[in-house]
Design a protein around this ligand. Sequence first.
Ligand code: MSP
Length: 510
Amino acid sequence: MKEKYYITTPIYYPSANFHIGHCYTTIIADAIARYKRLTGCDVYYQTGTDEHGEKIEKKAREAGLTPQEYVDKIIIDAKDLWKSLNISYDYFIRTTDEDHARRVGKIFKKLYDQGDIYKGTYEGLYCIPCESFWTESQAPDGKCPDCDRDLKLVSEEAYFFKLSKYQDRLVKYYESHPNFILPLSRKNEMLNNFIKPGLEDLCVSRTSFTWGIPVSFDPHHVIYVWIDALSNYITSLGYPEDDTLMQKYWPADLHLVGKEIVRFHAIIWPCMLMALGLPLPKQVFGHGWLKIDGGKISKSLGNYQDPREYINAYGVDAVRYYALREVPFGSDGNFSEEALISRTNTDLANTLGNLVTRTISMSHKYFKGIVTNPKVNTQLDHELINQVLALKTIVNEKMNNLKVNEAIEEIMEVLRFCNKYIDETTPWLLAKDETTQDRLATILYNLLESIRICAIFLSPFIPDTSKKILEELNTEKKSYESTGNFGSLETNLKLNEPIILFKRIEATKA
Ligand code: MSP
């Protein structure tokens, strides 16, 4: 049976159209999902939208629409964006989906019936744009520690979830599962700043607005958006109504989240799951932010640019590649169009594109585009072959540790070696001499085979380009298994005509 792999992105607020920061998480999750599929896993990749809450209600009112009309428009745009980025999600959940809303209602009721949710009065500081509560010690200046805007003092009758009851179990879980929250700095932050000072029970209902899932036994209250939102990871699998997909995919293998929402996933979510008697996700990874000029890109800060502008200008794979390669996963990074151009030119146009075009052109010129049998390999050839064959283990190790940028760099390193191999073996000189035709055939075979294997490894990251390369090679050998055997490329194949994979971009565009 295939190994299963369940990966999620956060579900995004459709309060405005998505920006490159949302693309960042979704592209990384997509690359991991594609990599797992390539290696033979049964993958369930889920993304979606978090559509309830006061902020959306307010935005819709400002736009003169009902909240549903407002979010419906944004969801059409979001799905179009994911399509143009080649995002291969298996399921797109919306918190306004009837199934989800009904299931969240049941989860809330179950927690209430078993005594984990109770009724009380809430008084405290609330940040409307971030939909989060803060204690006075966390926000002594009355400003939201995440976005620095003024907090609102709220007092209302509300339901509470007994977070405090799960504190000790949560600490024990952290101790016995050292990789539950990564990077480790985020786990320590959770323990020291939030858990150890003492978890307070969490207010999980609101009466100050209506755009949300009503509490079924007290419909004057709507369920707190984070309870609604976090539940998406299991309601999409049918919980608590149908066990089939839960059996198959739960617990999630990886929740990818931005660093500012780690605390919801590392504290509230595991406690909810403990209360429901469900296993906890295997890992929550908190990544950094993409910034523009050192500042956060955000709809609410207004430095929004439609990511499709970059896709239209430079191509989907240039954008994907940049997002995956530029920033070490976990750290913050800067997004700049100049860096995108430079990355595309050096890695995609020069290293990869040139190599493929040169190799296929030479094969056409010297062997009429027919893949010819290799003969004796020299020491340099063996060096190349060993590097290519080592990729499988190295890429696997890097991907399993979510070092996506390093996995890509390893592949690039091999492609650079291929370019060096051409320069050192000078096929154009060998072509002039009758006696060196076997040597020439061997070199071209080794290059084509290296390109084939690298193209397979590149498929999770730049799927369109990988496909084009494999089509140029006209090969049937596209499987992950075939990357372990140097020499799988069929001889006597007729290669297709060379194409330009990436044009060099002139910097004036930026
Ligand atoms: N709706 C909640 C998530 C609920 S998950 C059960 C939410 N939505 S959000 O739209 O505000 O943010 C979603 C994700 O996008 C977060 O992980 C956030 O970190 C990420 N990003 C938003 N801007 C970003 C950047 N500029 N860079 C990288 N990621 C960013 O929070």
